[in-house]
Design a protein around this ligand. Structure first.
Ligand SMILES: NC(=O)c1ccc[n+]([C@@H]2O[C@H](COP(=O)([O-])OP(=O)(O)OC[C@H]3O[C@@H](n4cnc5c(N)ncnc54)[C@H](O)[C@@H]3O)[C@@H](O)[C@H]2O)c1
Length: 389
């Protein structure tokens, strides 16, 4: 058994429920000892609900010599400050997406982590879930031959969603940054890095509040950046992928990732979930859903919370904790996070300039070991074994 990694969570909002629940119950490598939030009452509520020993201030987390790893669950536009602060304090950091809201800030933090010899892990970790890992296994075992092309589609009414999730009104809240990042993360974890891209786009519409809450006080807002992007991505492998992210339509999601290969077609499903089915199409055969080759399938049997459909969020943290103990690279690495961010920012740059944008960063992500599952026993199964090496 590896020595547990003493961990603190900063940011106790919506997504912290599933993280804290999983970190307390599912991963034996993690010792979650403290929670913190600018809003102390939010941290106290989570500590009481999930049995976390201590509520701390951000300063106390930074100063505590026993805390090795900090999990940053604050809104995207706060990430840079928290991550820098914690790296400077000598902590390894895991951050929710996106790494930061600008590529320059992201590069700075990657360089700082390198300089200090610290780990910096970045969501989305849905790419370590059963759906995407099964798709990766299908590609790695040559089930569809060479991938020549693909499509990735997601739509929502992002301005309406911003009535509920108010942080979406700020930088990082557009559909490509907030949700497209799952599609980019999944595409690159399956196909490797992107060489260049070209994009067209449109801004969000000004949102006259408020359909859901009728808050007469709220000012109208416009989500910053392009909320609709139609882009062509050229991968280093040669694959060409059409990306279509539309946040200016209705919320009935038509999510789709389809990869076309020289011998078959693979449908990858919804990359925002851990358990989206993967199916295979061969010429003249009925479409066939593949059995999952991996655990972390989102079927979380620990006590229910409103965010259960997020299933196994936190798996990237546990995988990074094993990497820390063994001194090996982690899979949802800072280079992966920076590559996602550079692609998203590159789309925006291409929309504004009308030019093709070269993507400079590179990353590498090994697949998880297959054959370990979480859907038996207490709901943990032996899936954690797949995170060890
Ligand atoms: N809500 C979702 O469905 C969802 C899903 C996946 C990922 N995420 C990501 O998780 C992160 C948090 O999202 P959320 O929905 O939980 O947001 P939220 O607004 O519900 O919670 C954020 C929390 O961070 C705290 N906070 C803000 N600034 C802080 C600071 N400087 N120091 C300490 N605490 C601070 C706030 O008080 C709040 O409690 C974002 O990066 C988001 O992209 C959210």
């Amino acid at each position: 058994m590896e020595r547990k990694v003493r961990t603190a969570v900063i940011g106790c909002g919506m997504i912290s429920k599933i993280y804290i629940k999983n970190l307390k119950n599912l991963f034996s490598i993690i010792d979650l000892v403290a929670v913190a939030d600018l809003n102390r009452a939010a941290a106290e509520g989570k500590a009481a609900a999930y049995g976390v020993e201590r509520v701390m201030t951000i300063d106390e987390v930074a100063a505590d010599r026993d805390i090795e790893l900090v999990i940053n669950l604050t809104p995207a536009f706060v990430h840079y400050d928290i991550i820098r602060r914690m790296l400077e304090a000598g902590k390894h950091v895991w951050t929710e997406k996106t790494l930061t809201v600008t590529v320059e800030q992201g590069r700075e933090l990657v360089a700082l982590a390198d300089e200090k010899g610290l780990y910096l892990g970045v969501a989305p970790d849905t790419v370590l879930g059963a759906g995407t890992q099964t798709a990766r296994r299908a590609l790695d075992t040559d089930m569809i031959g060479e991938v020549t092309s693909g499509v990735a589609v997601i739509n929502r009414n992002q301005s309406l969603n911003a009535e509920v999730f108010t942080f979406l009104r700020g930088n990082g809240g557009s559909l490509p940054f907030d949700v497209g990042v799952y599609y980019i993360g999944t595409l690159i974890s399956l196909l490797g890095p992107v060489e260049c891209l070209h994009a067209f786009g449109a801004p969000a519409r000004r949102h006259e509040p408020e359909f859901l809450f009728r808050n007469a006080e709220a000012e109208p807002w416009t989500i910053p950046g392009s909320n609709l992007v139609s882009a062509s991505l050229k991968f280093v492998s040669g694959a060409l992928v059409s990306v279509h992210f539309d946040g200016n339509t209705i919320g009935a999601e038509q999510h789709n990732i389809t990869l076309f290969g020289t011998r078959g077609i693979l449908k990858v499903g919804d990359p925002d979930k851990f358990n989206s089915p993967v199916s295979l199409i061969y010429a003249g055969q009925p479409e066939c859903t593949l059995p999952f080759t991996h655990g972390y399938d989102g079927q979380n049997t620990v006590e229910a919370t409103p965010f259960d459909f997020y299933g196994h969020r936190g798996v990237g943290v546990a995988e990074m904790a094993y990497a820390i103990r063994q001194g090996r690279p982690n899979r949802c690495s800072k280079e992966y996070g920076l590559h996602c961010l550079e692609i998203l920012a590159g789309m925006e740059q291409s929309v504004l300039s009308g030019e093709t944008v070269k993507i400079e960063s590179r990353f590498d992500m090994k697949p998880l070991a297959p054959g370990y599952y979480s859907g038996f026993g207490s709901g943990r199964g032996d899936a954690e074994m797949s995170l060890v090496h």
